[in-house]
Ligand binder design. Structure first.
Ligand code: SAH
Ligand code: SF4
Ligand code: F3S
Length: 452
């Protein structure tokens, strides 16, 4: 059996795609290895969202060059968004790569590897499909607490800064039956949480069902305790969806609501379809319908023509909304996007840095204040496993997706435990588990299992 080594970059959708690739290759008699030295095939599943995503891969290809010098037969493949974006036109190290494939080409990977191994030469496949949803492939997941599941793929929004509509093609949704059948299988495999994925997850639409309908159907699957979703677009928040979220205890009270910018002219230039005012109204509506909801966001600083005064609008929205967490990025112009063709990347780098520093400082203060405000309160925490830093400490997440660190105890990954928060930083809560409170857990399930 040939051995495949695969590294994944980018977002959760790419993590999920790697699980699809594993499944497709396994069905074709490949096995997987954690060691690139022993691999017959080395795949990088890449991202193109910002220039630094590309740079990372160029860096990795530089290292893989040495691997190929030692073993000339190793097949190197560049998969995913960067591959699709560049279509084989790498600026460097092009000769190293044998296979170039985009996100809709993964079912053809076994044939591509076969061809390179038997005939040599290079293989390219950048066919984007309006229909490919991989609904007939059951991903090979790493066992754990959370399972990713893509319910839709692609994006039709064409935000002017964004490369995703070009790397992942048109929006398409999987049928609800197909999604629910996969979630049922996940429950049988003892996954406790599913995260429904899509570049634009709340514009899900299939067979006359919308995202709210899908959420309801998924929540009826026994054994799944928590349902999350990412990333929604602020344009698709009908009341019905918020009501389903509010009424359904399995759907976590967390919405990742990408703001991108707070200035109306910039928002229009980005083609985001909302204004500062309508975004703030949406936040009010969400908080009104779902009290205690955690809100997180993405922001881009230094988009084309953004002035200091424009930036202050973004600052103001962040100050007003008080997100729980924010991912803030410097604008990175992507080739052939609408912004690349129509506008210029004219905000000087030092301005971008100044703005990102200011927003990060603001957000850190807000996150710290919000986290410290819950000291003394108790939360149900879904246990994920030992913390990365200290194996004697364990970590889990609240319903609002906050990380909680607590002492190891008589529980295992997948259990839901009651935890009292005793300390907090901007990114982490520290808890004390109260095992006596178990019987009052929300789902009244036997959540404390024997450790094994
Ligand atoms: N579909 C998701 C976005 C996926 S990309 C959504 O609409 O929310 C994740 C984040 O990367 C985006 O929200 C945006 O903040 C950021 N991003 C996208 N393109 C970018 C670019 N050209 N430069 C800097 N940040 C970018
Ligand atoms: Fe990109 Fe906008 Fe689509 Fe998100 S919604 S993937 S930012 S084009
Ligand atoms: Fe990157 Fe593609 Fe995801 S560009 S962020 S891997 S959709």
């Amino acid at each position: 059996m040939k051995k495949v080594y695969i590294e994944t970059y980018g977002c959760q959708m790419n993590e999920y795609d790697t699980e699809l690739i594993r499944s497709i290759l396994k069905a074709n008699n490949y096995e997987f290895t954690d060691s690139q030295q022993n691999a017959d095939v080395v795949f990088l599943n890449t991202c193109a969202i910002r220039e630094n995503a590309h740079s990372k891969i160029y860096g990795r290809l530089g290292e893989i060059k040495h691997l190929k010098e030692r073993n000339r037969n190793v097949v190197v493949g560049l998969l995913g968004c960067m591959s699709q974006n560049l279509r084989g036109n790498l600026k460097r190290q092009e000769e190293l790569v044998d296979i170039f494939a985009g996100p809709d080409s993964y079912k053809r990977l076994p044939a591509m590897i076969e061809s390179v191994l038997t005939k040599g030469g290079k293989k390219y496949d950048f066919a984007l499909s309006e229909f490919e949803d991989y609904g007939d492939v059951y991903p090979q997941r790493v066992p754990g607490v959370n399972a990713w599941i893509a319910v839709m793929r692609g994006c039709d929004n064409f935000c002017t800064f964004c490369v995703v509509p070009y790397t992942r093609g048109r929006e398409r949704s999987r049928s609800p039956e197909n999604v629910v059948a996969e979630v049922q299988r996940l429950a049988e495999e003892r996954f406790k949480q599913v995260t429904l994925l899509g570049q634009n997850v709340n514009s899900y639409r299939a067979d006359g069902y919308d995202f709210a309908d899908l959420m309801m159907m998924v929540s009826e699957v026994d054994g799944i305790e928590r349902i999350r979703f990412t990333s929604p677009h602020p344009k698709d928040f009908p009341d019905k969806f918020l009501e389903v979220m509010a009424d359904n205890p399995k759907i976590c009270n967390h919405i990742h609501l990408p703001l991108q910018a707070g200035n109306n002219r910039i928002l229009e230039q980005m083609a985001r379809t909302y204004t500062k005012q309508s975004f703030l109204q949406l936040v009010d509506k969400i908080r009104d319908k779902i009290p205690n909801v955690a809100l997180t966001t993405d922001v881009i600083v230094g988009f084309s023509s953004e002035t200091d005064a424009d930036f202050e609008d973004t600052f103001e929205v962040m100050e007003t909304v008080e997100f729980d967490l924010a991912f803030i990025f410097k604008y990175s112009e992507r080739e052939n996007t609408i912004a690349d063709r129509k506008f210029s990347d004219d905000v000087p780098p030092h301005k971008k840095t100044e703005r990102i520093v200011r927003l990060n400082e603001l957000q850190k203060r807000i996150s710290l204040r919000k986290n410290q405000a819950v000291i003394g309160q108790s939360f149900e925490v879904l246990v994920e496993g030992p913390s990365k830093k200290n194996p004697n400490e364990w970590m889990g997440r609240t319903d609002g997706n906050k990380i909680v660190i607590f002492e190891r105890g008589p529980f295992k990954a997948g259990d839901i435990i009651e935890t009292e928060i005793v300390d907090a930083t901007a990114n982490t809560l520290f808890g004390k588990h109260d095992l006596s409170a178990h019987t009052s857990a929300r789902h009244a399930l036997p959540i404390l299992h024997e450790t094994n």
